[in-house]
Design a protein around this ligand. Structure first.
Ligand code: PLP
Length: 387
């Protein structure tokens, strides 16, 4: 059994973006990595590679592609051919490459907002229009729920070359249902829109929630979909920069691989080694434990907010370690991000980087020990009392 209550000190012992960006008196609860060490089988595989001593160029092996394909089969019964698996240096580079290959200045990228900040960077990095399909927000007591606005989705799809789906959704923690995915796919295929499904959080499921990959739904949908997965969020190895694009359609894959080649995206050998161990099944016990711990943190967060900060609204995420909090009813004048940084000495992710509809909100990373989560919430509560 792993004791997730004990987290290593990351402030003094690394150049962690999360822990080093803000002054020492600020508790960081922002960028999406967890404070837990990676599972032992990954660490052992990395130790072995380091002990060997030669760090030469490596390529993704046939065995690794087979391991990725086998994982899709064992998790979802999704039959993927190993040759459909393309290694990429990460998911952000993976979807940026897709946008470069498949969008044009006339056919932009469709996003469901609020959504992961890097999705919003594609338009400027690639030079294409961004088409937003904001969710409809519902408030029930202090609980937030978000629903797809199908009219806007369809209207924007008509102008898009690519739909960048985030499933499970960052920052909202939604796992889309079969029915929703089928409807998105139907609209995209009818409008000749390529689907790029960012499924980086797909194994971080809380409670007994189930996940369905978009491309698993039908061979026709798989033909129009690029699926992006990685061990990085699930097993907490994001600094090793290794992910995979799964592209069943040969022609689509060829175009994508060409763009990957142009971008000179070579995955570091240690990333490939970690991915092999991560997807081998040897880390699944750890994954069950961490998911249980994260579900406990999610419950703690929701109960704390409901009991001590009733004016604050929160999602109840079904996946990820990300909470989404709404402060628009609290009397905070400016951005809650600035407010909590100054008054509470706690750093969240500013809601506005997830889209205009994220103003007045913050994203809270609860991938940490219960004790640090409680400290962060206490700092928030104390700051709110000062209004
Ligand atoms: C939805 C989503 N996609 C991609 C990433 C980052 O992926 P990578 O570090 O592999 O580029 C994140 C990180 O938070 C994320 O939440």
């Amino acid at each position: 059994m792993t004791n997730f209550d004990l987290v290593p000190n990351r402030r003094n012992s690394s150049n962690s973006i999360k822990w080093a960006l803000y002054p020492k008196d600020v508790l960081p609860m922002w960028v999406a990595d967890m404070d837990f060490p990676a599972p032992k089988p990954i660490l052992n595989a990395l130790h072995k590679a380091v002990d060997h001593g030669v760090m030469g160029y490596e390529m993704p092996s046939k065995a690794l592609k087979e391991t990725v394909a086998a994982r899709m089969d064992s998790l979802y019964g999704w039959k993927v051919k190993p040759e459909a698996v393309v290694a990429v240096t990460g998911i952000v580079s993976g979807f940026s490459v897709a946008a470069r290959a498949f969008c044009t200045p006339k056919k932009g990228v469709l996003l469901q907002t609020p959504v992961y900040s890097e999705f919003h960077e594609v338009k400027t990095n690639v030079g294409i229009p961004q088409l937003d399909a904001p969710f409809i927000k519902h408030v029930n007591g202090n609980i937030l729920n978000y629903e797809i606005d199908w009219d806007i989705f369809e209207k924007q799809a008509r102008k898009a070359g690519m739909f960048l789906l985030c499933n499970p959704h960052n920052p909202l923690g939604i796992i889309f249902s079969r029915k929703e995915l089928l409807k998105m796919a139907e609209i995209c295929i009818r409008n000749n829109v390529l689907m790029v499904s960012d499924e980086i959080h797909s194994e971080l499921l809380l409670d007994d929630n189930k996940f369905i990959p978009m491309a698993k739904l039908s061979p026709e949908i798989a033909k129009h979909t690029i699926t992006l997965i990685a061990p990085s969020k699930t097993f907490n190895v994001p600094g090793l920069f290794c992910g995979f694009a799964i592209i069943p359609d040969g022609e689509l894959r060829e175009q994508y691989e060409k763009e990957v080649g142009h971008s000179r995206m070579h995955v570091a050998s240690l990333g490939l080694i970690a991915a092999q161990a991560a997807f081998s099944g040897k880390c699944d016990g750890w994954l069950r434990e961490v998911s249980r711990y994260l579900a406990g943190n999610r419950d703690f967060l929701v109960e704390y907010v409901t009991e001590y900060m009733p004016d604050v609204r929160t999602t109840i995420p079904d996946a990820t370690y990300l909470g989404w909090l709404d402060f628009t009813q609290t009397g905070i004048k400016d951005s809650p991000f600035e407010f909590f940084l100054k008054k509470g000495k706690v750093a969240f992710s500013d809601g506005k980087i997830f889209g205009k509809d994220g103003e007045g909100h913050i994203r809270l990373n609860f991938g940490t020990s219960r004790k640090l989560l409680e400290q962060g919430l206490e700092r928030m509560r104390k700051a709110l009392r000062s209004i």
